[in-house]
Design a binder for this molecule. Structure first.
Ligand code: PEP
Length: 248
């Protein structure tokens, strides 16, 4: 089940021109540098550019993910985007539980569980984020916090559904702050998360780290035994930096 994965979470960055030129240049560089196929590379652009991104990347080793979905199939939810809409343009992956959605859009575990259910219903692959705040870590509550986030969401899923997940451990205090967790802190948490899934489902999932990964520190993170890759924010916006991370 485990594979090497790098995901670019572009958040609310890159317009149409920046998105399409990044992807075209990225493909050219991948071809020139013969970046091999033993890893999964996923790009998560903004909603308006998912379709064109998917068209550009069709048939390549790159995949596209949405950054969010609504939990209802359709209806009067002004400004929202449904899973079936995304499916109709060929999208099959979504990031859920990102701390910015939890913090700025008040997405609690019950809402996230609804989003998980609708995503699974439409056969989506889910990159599910968990992680503690700095206050929680200072109180040494990080393991309980992450376990609870999983217990109230992903752990409601069946064994069959679990195969559709990647888990991203993203300590909130390390996201977009330039502050990274230590390799040891991340390794310990990944080992813990892995053991929870092995215990409950007997499945060895891919677990990614996210939080101020850059082109200089990526390799050391990816060398840790239980880190299968990264969810990259800021450093995925610049092509050169992101290429270096992918090569790491
Ligand atoms: C993220 O938003 O998922 C993230 C990890 O951001 P950054 O790499 O900028 O910390």
């Amino acid at each position: 089940m485990r594979k090497k994965i790098v995901i670019a979470n572009w958040k609310m960055n890159h317009d149409f021109y920046e998105t399409t030129s990044f992807l075209r240049s990225f493909l050219r560089i991948i071809f020139e540098k013969k970046i091999n196929h033993n890893k999964e590379i996923i790009i998560a652009p903004s909603f308006p550019f998912l379709h064109i991104s998917n068209q550009i990347l069709q048939g390549t080793i790159l995949h596209v993910a949405a950054q969010n979905i609504h939990y209802m199939e359709k209806g009067s939810y002004t400004g929202e985007v449904s899973v079936s809409m995304l499916k109709s343009i060929g999208i099959q992956k979504v990031i859920l539980g990102h701390s910015e959605r939890r913090e700025f859009f008040y997405e609690k575990n019950d809402i996230l569980l609804k989003k998980i259910k609708i995503a699974l219903k439409y056969g989506f692959h889910i990159i599910f984020c968990v992680g503690e705040t700095d206050i929680e870590r200072n109180k040494n509550q990080q393991f309980n916090v992450v376990k609870n986030q999983l217990k109230e969401t992903v752990f409601h899923c069946s064994l069959n559904d679990i195969r559709s997940f990647y888990i991203a451990y993203e300590p909130i205090w390390a996201i977009g702050t330039g502050k990274t967790a230590t390799f040891e802190q991340v390794q310990k948490m990944h080992q813990f998360i892995r053991s929870l899934f092995l215990e409950k489902y007997g499945i060895n999932l891919s677990i990614l780290y996210g939080g101020s990964i850059n082109e200089n520190n990526a390799k050391d993170f990816f060398l840790q035994k239980d880190i299968d890759g990264g969810l990259i924010g800021n450093s995925s916006l610049e092509l050169e930096k992101f290429i270096k991370i992918v090569q790491s």
